[in-house]
Write a new protein. Structure first.
Length: 153
């Protein structure tokens, strides 16, 4: 069992900024936008999630990354992030999602890494330390602090 550490939105681009709660529908977080609709924002990419513990590990390496800065909508804590793989279903508050894949880091995230190497969060370079995309199976409201449950298949 984990919890929602931060919910983040923007009018497009990064960083995304913290909000206390959000309505989630099939398109993702209501009020959130992506600057690049060619590579982001499809139904299979409705939400982007990342682990607070992974972010803190990157910070310990000296990188100035923060929750929301890499474009994730939901920053989670208290979970074994290595278990969050494509096909995993999660209940977040009253929202149900399914992880659809790993994100591909882009150059807009270079500023969060001291050496500019945004591939630091690429799943092929550092398995278990990537952001993930999810589709929304059942929408609703998510609040900061909400419990997250992994659903067994």
């Amino acid at each position: 069992m984990g919890r929602v550490d931060q919910i983040s939105v923007s009018e497009g681009g990064v960083p995304k900024l913290a909000v206390e709660s959000a309505v989630i529908d099939d398109s993702g977080v209501v009020g959130d936008a992506q600057a690049d609709r060619v590579h982001h924002g499809h139904a299979e990419q409705a939400l982007c999630l990342f682990s607070l513990e992974v972010i803190e590990g990157m910070q310990a390496e000296g990188h100035p990354i923060e929750p929301g800065s890499a474009g994730e909508n939901i920053t989670v804590s208290g979970m074994d992030w290595g278990l969050v793989v494509p096909g995993t279903r999660m209940i977040i508050g009253d929202v149900e999602i399914e992880i659809t894949g790993y994100t591909t880091p882009c150059a807009k995230n270079a500023r969060w890494f001291t050496d500019g190497n945004y591939n630091r969060m690429h799943v092929k370079k550092n398995p278990g330390e990537s952001r993930v995309y999810a589709r929304v199976l059942h929408g609703g409201i998510v609040t900061t602090g909400a419990a997250i449950e992994l659903v067994t298949q």
